[in-house]
Each structure stands twice: as structure tokens, then as C-alpha cells.
Write a protein that binds this ligand. Structure first.
Ligand code: HEC
Ligand code: HEC
Ligand code: HEC
Ligand code: HEC
Ligand code: HEC
Ligand code: HEC
Ligand code: HEC
Ligand code: HEC
Ligand code: HEC
Length: 423
């Protein structure tokens, strides 16, 4: 009681609570009732909580904070003897959330498909490991999920919706001041935002990876992926298989070099093209290989052949376009052209085995199909020329007939005039 009076006295003096003018609503949940008329951080919780998933599932303040919501007086409701926890410290938050979220039997009653391994996973992450060592600056549950307006991950308004994740992680990881003690780079967000992955995501394709797709939501890496280095292969399956066949696999592994990000980087992954293979300015091969060595030669050969196929295909495409614009039927040619393009794409994927023979076979197949597409276009254009010639000849013939008729008419009319004059 003493606490309560002191408390209300202090609040009334501070002007943040005026019991004379405000009615305390009666919902049977004293925590919400009383906090809804408080100001600033004490009242904010209640306002936000309206849209919280826990509120939607009928859970209330006491589910996390403890205390007794049937008591109307502050000191009784928030009595530590009745299990009131107050504001949990950062280190207390993961075990607090996991009281329910790691309790499979409890969670099943609400949503049987929801995982219950978040805390177990969390302890394997750098965040969890450092928290256990006493560093409370790392991310805890509420840094990623927010406090009091927690939403299902599927909600576009959730802080862990794919489109929101980069900013959620970037709040700490892009803050050089905050991350200073750790001596790790803080360019991940900026680099990621310049990547094809982010551009694809922004365009609405949620199949593109965000921070948490590669790093895992809670654990050190996504489930089933041995390390973050190997995450690329979960989506780019063929590139990984071919890399594993390549002469890079063994030496890079023993040097501790990552498979994909050595050539593509990890965050600033850019759109690729034939410029990336070979000895040109933007080629990756020449970072390590020097003129004359096996890698250099292979790179050059692959570049030459891939660009040849690309150029041949561009020509065939142009010819088909010309025939099409002139009104010729080229659907068959377009079909063959699509097959040739598939072969070019596959030959580019084959680059990952860094095996000239493999790329060469693909390119030869592609060139053969391209030649077929080209002949389809050329046939259509020849047919067009033939039709034009035929049209020209018939126009000429028609013109000749018309002219002859005209001469004939003139001749007949001339004869009539002469006979009229004579009579
Ligand atoms: C009659 C009003 C009233 C009731 C009922 C009430 N509170 Fe409070 N609560 C307050 C006031 C005033 C404060 C700020 C003073 C303080 O920290 O003790 C506060 C503070 C808190 C804090 C922050 C504590 C801290 O140490 O930072 C939490 C969390 C909280 N209340 C939760 C609850 C919960 C959960 C319930 C219900 C079981 C509840 N409150 C019931 C008035 C109330
Ligand atoms: C899902 C669990 C959960 C529920 C439900 C919940 N809270 Fe909290 N609340 C927290 C956590 C965790 C913190 C600590 C946040 C932090 O340190 O960033 C907190 C902090 C607070 C604080 C202190 C805010 C501050 O800035 O110091 C108050 C007050 C509070 N909660 C009141 C409430 C009230 C009132 C309700 C019900 C309307 C409620 N909470 C429901 C988890 C919860
Ligand atoms: C009293 C038990 C309880 C506590 C404590 C609790 N939760 Fe929950 N949480 C639930 C229940 C029940 C659901 C609803 C599950 C459903 O119906 O989908 C839920 C849903 C969620 C969801 C949405 C899951 C989804 O994508 O569908 C998130 C995220 C979440 N809680 C995070 C937290 C965090 C963070 C904390 C700690 C601050 C916390 N919870 C504390 C019981 C609890
Ligand atoms: C580093 C950020 C981060 C932290 C810390 C974090 N989460 Fe999550 N959480 C996520 C992301 C991201 C998702 C998944 C969103 C999706 O599925 O697209 C998620 C999903 C969830 C879900 C939905 C079910 C699931 O597992 O996919 C629950 C429940 C949940 N988290 C609870 C927790 C709890 C409890 C903690 C603390 C022990 C916690 N989270 C800590 C980022 C985090
Ligand atoms: C509350 C701030 C905060 C948030 C939010 C946060 N982190 Fe962290 N993170 C840290 C801190 C601090 C470290 C510790 C750095 C260290 O020890 O190297 C860390 C470490 C990491 C590491 C390990 C870095 C290393 O040393 O190899 C990864 C990976 C990581 N975070 C990814 C994420 C992802 C992904 C998200 C979002 C889903 C996220 N973090 C959200 C603060 C945060
Ligand atoms: C396409 C996968 C992928 C995406 C998307 C991704 N990362 Fe990474 N990230 C990696 C890989 C691979 C590494 C290097 C291996 C490692 O350190 O575990 C890495 C390293 C890190 C590190 C360690 C420090 C460093 O820079 O080497 C942090 C922190 C980190 N990422 C945070 C983030 C954040 C924040 C985002 C989102 C803005 C993000 N990552 C997006 C794959 C990814
Ligand atoms: C969750 C699936 C997923 C993961 C994981 C993933 N990517 Fe991607 N990646 C995509 C999608 C989707 C695109 C854009 C569509 C496309 O071009 O295939 C893309 C595009 C690319 C491109 C550009 C392709 C082009 O056509 O120019 C490269 C290079 C790339 N990713 C490399 C990587 C690397 C390296 C990693 C690991 C560090 C990785 N990806 C992880 C899904 C993923
Ligand atoms: C030795 C350097 C190198 C390594 C290692 C490498 N790539 Fe590539 N990657 C390339 C080059 C060069 C291209 C462009 C090929 C072209 O367009 O001619 C490319 C293209 C791609 C593309 C675009 C589609 C395609 O295949 O042309 C994706 C996606 C891709 N790489 C993913 C990966 C993944 C995933 C890994 C790891 C398993 C990986 N890369 C490892 C050099 C590399
Ligand atoms: C990060 C350094 C690095 C990059 C980038 C790189 N390589 Fe290699 N490459 C190596 C190493 C190390 C070996 C194994 C040692 C050796 O045989 O020279 C190797 C071996 C090879 C070999 C087999 C060795 C031989 O003499 O026949 C070929 C072929 C090859 N690389 C082609 C390429 C091509 C093509 C690219 C670009 C797409 C490329 N490499 C990019 C480091 C690299």
C-alpha cells in the first residue's frame, strides 16, 4: 500500500496521471486498463499491443510480465511476490519468450505447424553465444521481432517480413558506431542493397535471399546447411555441383577459400555475363591466374567460344525479327531459337567446372541449333524475296495488260472519230 501511494503521488506530481479526470476502463485485465491511461513508455505498450499476435491469441501483459491482472491496485497487480517480473533485462528476454516458444505441447494448442526450436537454434548463433558470454548488445528476440507489436512473419508489417529484414538487421550491422567494439565490417546492408538479390526481392520475387535466408533466422546457418559458405547451393544447385567437380574444389578448400563468394562476393553479388570469364578487365579468372598458365588459357578459350555463340545467336534473333516484322510466319524458327538460348545458358553454367571440353561441347551444340534457327530465318526471308519478285512480275504483267487495253481503246476510239469525220 505504501508503494502504491508513493507511486500515485509521484505520478500525480509529474502530471502524467490524473485520476480525477480519467475513468479507468474495466475489462477484467487491470494491466491493460491502468496502462491504457498512462503516458509515454508506460502507455505506449498498450496502444501497440492492439495489433500484436499475442493479443490476437488472447494472451495479455501478464503472460510475459507476470503479476496478477485481477488486482486493480498497482502494487498488488505488480507484486513481485505474485510473480511480477517488471521489465525483463535483455539477457532475460530469450528464456522469457522461450517459456512458451520452446514448449511444444503448449504451442501445439495454438499452432501445430509452428517450430519450437528458436531458442535452441539461437544459442548456436554468434548472437546467442555472445549473449551467454555476457554481451547484451547482440540481437535478442525483441530486436528482430519488436516489442508489443509482434506479428506473424507472413504479415507484410512484420519486422521479419522478407522485405523488412535488411533494415531490421541493418539497424545494428550498418551502424558503425554501435558495431565499433567488434571490428567487423559494417557494409553488409549497403552491399546487399546493390546486389541482384536485393533488386530481385524489391521487384516482388520473394524467392531471392535476404540476410536471414543466408544466415538463418535464429541459428548460425539455415537448417540443413553446414555453413553459411555453402548456402548458395541450396538455390543455385547446378553451379554448386559443377564447382565440386572443378579443379578449384580441393586447393581452395585446403586454403580455406569459400566456393562461390571468392568469385561473386557474398553481399554485393552482381549480374553476371561472359565478361566475367576470360582475361578482360572485369574477368575474375585473372585475379589469380597469370598469362600462360592453364587457368588463363582455359579462361580465354571459354570466353572466345561463349561470345561466338552469343554473337551467332544475336544474329539469328535479328534475322528472325526482320522476317517477323515483314509478316512472315516464323514460329518454328522462334522455337529453335529458344532451344539455342537454353544451350547458351547451360554452357554459361558449365563455366563453373572450369573445364574447356565441357563448355566446348555445349557451345558446339548451341552453334548447331543456332544455325538451324538462322536457316529458318533465312528461308523465311528468301520466301519473302521470292514473293516480292512474284508480286513485282505480276504487277508488271498487269500494267502491261492495262497499257495494251488503253492503247486498244484509244485505237478503237480514234477509228470511230475518223469515220464520224468522214461521214
Ligand atoms: C493501477 C495502475 C496499474 C496497474 C493495475 C498495473 N500497472 Fe504496471 N505500472 C503502473 C505504473 C504507474 C508504472 C510505473 C511505475 C513503476 O515502474 O512502478 C508501471 C510499470 C509497469 C512496468 C514497467 C516496470 C519497470 O520496472 O520498468 C511493467 C512491465 C508493468 N507495469 C506491467 C504491468 C502488468 C503486467 C500489470 C498487470 C499484471 C500491470 N502493470 C498493472 C501502473 C499500473
Ligand atoms: C510477448 C511478451 C510481452 C507481452 C505480451 C507484453 N510485453 Fe511488455 N515488454 C516485453 C519485453 C520483452 C519488454 C522489454 C523490452 C526491451 O527491453 O526492449 C517489455 C517492456 C515493457 C515495458 C517497459 C517499457 C520501457 O520502455 O521501459 C512496459 C511498461 C511494458 N512492457 C508493459 C506492457 C503492457 C502494459 C503489456 C500489455 C498491454 C505488455 N507489456 C505486454 C514483453 C511483453
Ligand atoms: C505466454 C506464452 C508466450 C510467450 C511468453 C511468448 N509468446 Fe510468442 N506466441 C505465443 C503464441 C500462443 C503465439 C501464436 C501462435 C499462432 O497461433 O500462430 C505466438 C506467436 C508469436 C510469433 C508469430 C509466429 C508466426 O510467425 O506465426 C512470434 C514472432 C512470437 N510469438 C515471438 C515472441 C517473442 C519475441 C516473445 C518474447 C518477447 C514471445 N513470443 C513470447 C505464445 C507466447
Ligand atoms: C536475428 C534476428 C532474430 C532473432 C534474434 C530472433 N528471431 Fe525469430 N525470426 C527471425 C526471422 C527472420 C524469422 C523468420 C521469418 C520468415 O519465416 O520469413 C523468425 C521467425 C520466428 C518465429 C516464427 C516461426 C519460425 O521459427 O519461423 C517465431 C515463433 C520466432 N521467430 C520466435 C523467436 C524467439 C522466441 C526468439 C528468441 C529466442 C527469436 N525469434 C529470435 C529473426 C529473429
Ligand atoms: C541489436 C543489434 C543487432 C541486430 C538487430 C542484429 N545483429 Fe547480428 N550481431 C550483432 C552484434 C553486436 C554481433 C557480434 C559481432 C561479433 O561478435 O563479431 C552480431 C553478430 C552477427 C553475425 C556474426 C558476425 C561474425 O562475427 O562473423 C552475423 C552473421 C549476424 N550478426 C547477422 C545478423 C542478421 C542476419 C541479423 C538480422 C536477421 C542481425 N544480425 C541482427 C548485433 C545485431
Ligand atoms: C546470399 C547470401 C547472403 C546474404 C543475402 C547476406 N549474407 Fe551476410 N554473409 C554471407 C556469407 C557467405 C558471409 C561470409 C561467411 C561468414 O562470415 O559466415 C557473410 C558474412 C556476414 C557477416 C560477417 C562479417 C562480414 O561482413 O564478413 C555479417 C555481419 C553479415 N554477413 C550480415 C549480413 C546482413 C546484415 C545481411 C543483410 C543486409 C546479409 N549478411 C546478407 C552471405 C549472405
Ligand atoms: C534463396 C535462394 C538463393 C540463395 C540462397 C542464393 N541465391 Fe543467388 N539468386 C537467387 C535468385 C532468385 C536470383 C535472381 C534470379 C536469377 O537470376 O536466377 C539470384 C541471382 C544470383 C546471381 C546473378 C545471376 C545472373 O543471372 O546474373 C548470382 C551470381 C548469384 N545469385 C549468386 C549467389 C551466391 C554466390 C550465393 C551465396 C553467397 C547465392 N546466390 C545465394 C536465389 C538465391
Ligand atoms: C572461378 C570463379 C567462379 C566461382 C568459384 C563461381 N562462379 Fe558463378 N560464375 C562465374 C562466371 C565467370 C560466371 C559467368 C558465366 C558467363 O556468363 O559466361 C558465373 C555465373 C554465375 C551465375 C549466373 C548463371 C550462370 O551460371 O551463368 C550464378 C547463379 C552463379 N554463377 C552462381 C555461383 C555459385 C552458387 C557458385 C558456388 C557454388 C559460383 N557461382 C562459383 C564464376 C564463378
Ligand atoms: C581465387 C583465385 C582463383 C580464381 C579467381 C580462379 N582460379 Fe583457377 N585455380 C586457382 C587455383 C589455386 C588452382 C589450383 C592450382 C593450379 O593448378 O594452378 C586453379 C586451377 C585452375 C584450373 C586447372 C589448372 C590447370 O592448369 O589447368 C583451371 C582450368 C582454372 N583454374 C580455370 C579458372 C577459370 C576459368 C577461372 C575464372 C572463371 C579461374 N580459374 C579463377 C585459383 C583461382
Amino acid at each position: 500500500m505504501r508503494n502504491c501511494c508513493l507511486l500515485l503521488g509521484a505520478l500525480l506530481a509529474a502530471g502524467s496521471l490524473s485520476l480525477s479526470t480519467q475513468e479507468v476502463p474495466q475489462t477484467g485485465d487491470s494491466c491493460r486498463d491502468c496502462h491504457s491511461i498512462l503516458e509515454d513508455r508506460l502507455g505506449e505498450a498498450t496502444q501497440k499491443f492492439v495489433d500484436d499476435i499475442h493479443s490476437a491469441r488472447g494472451l495479455s501483459c501478464a503472460a510475459c510480465h507476470g503479476g496478477d491482472p485481477r488486482q486493480e491496485e498497482a502494487d498488488k497487480a505488480m507484486d513481485r511476490a505474485r510473480g511480477f517480473l517488471g521489465t525483463p533485462s535483455r539477457a532475460q528476454i530469450p528464456p522469457l519468450c522461450a517459456r512458451c516458444h520452446a514448449d511444444a505441447a503448449f504451442m501445439r494448442a495454438y499452432n501445430p505447424s509452428l517450430r519450437t526450436d528458436q531458442l535452441a537454434q539461437y544459442w548456436t548463433s554468434v548472437h546467442g553465444r555472445r549473449l551467454r558470454q555476457g554481451d547484451a548488445r547482440v540481437a535478442v528476440c525483441t530486436d528482430c521481432h519488436s516489442v508489443h507489436d509482434i506479428r506473424p512473419a507472413t504479415s507484410p508489417l512484420s519486422s521479419v517480413h522478407p522485405l523488412k529484414i535488411p533494415a531490421t538487421c541493418g539497424r545494428c550491422h550498418a551502424d558503425a558506431g554501435y558495431m565499433k567494439p567488434y571490428k567487423i565490417p559494417t557494409d553488409q546492408l549497403a552491399a546487399y542493397q546493390a546486389s541482384v538479390h536485393f533488386k530481385t526481392l524489391e521487384a516482388g520475387d520473394l524467392a531471392a535471399p535476404t540476410c536471414a535466408t543466408c544466415h538463418g533466422n535464429h541459428g548460425a546457418a539455415p537448417p540443413g546447411v553446414a555453413s553459411v559458405e555453402r548456402v548458395c547451393g541450396t538455390c543455385h544447385v547446378f553451379q554448386e555441383q559443377l564447382f565440386d567437380l572443378s579443379p578449384h574444389k580441393q586447393p581452395w578448400e585446403s586454403l580455406g577459400m569459400p566456393a562461390c563468394s571468392t568469385c561473386h562476393s557474398n553481399h554485393r553479388i552482381e549480374a553476371t555475363g561472359d565478361f566475367l570469364v576470360g582475361a578482360g578487365e572485369r574477368a575474375v579468372c585473372v585475379i589469380c591466374h597469370t598469362e600462360g598458365d592453364g587457368g588463363w588459357t582455359t579462361a580465354q578459350q571459354m570466353h572466345t567460344r561463349l561470345t561466338e555463340l552469343d554473337a551467332a545467336l544475336t544474329q539469328a534473333t535479328d534475322l528472325l525479327g526482320r522476317a517477323e516484322r515483314a509478316g512472315m510466319e516464323v514460329s518454328e524458327g522462334r522455337l529453335i531459337e529458344a532451344q539455342a538460348r537454353e544451350k547458351l545458358i547451360k554452357a554459361r553454367v558449365d563455366v563453373h567446372a572450369v573445364d574447356t571440353q565441357r563448355v566446348e561441347e555445349g557451345v558446339q551444340g548451341g552453334l548447331k541449333t543456332t544455325a538451324e534457327a538462322r536457316s529458318a530465318a533465312e528461308e523465311a526471308l528468301a520466301e519473302l524475296a521470292f514473293r516480292r519478285k512474284g508480286l513485282g512480275l505480276s504487277l508488271l504483267a498487269i500494267g502491261f495488260v492495262v497499257f495494251s487495253l488503253w492503247l486498244l481503246i484509244r485505237h478503237i476510239e480514234g477509228g470511230k472519230n475518223q469515220s464520224r469525220e468522214a461521214s
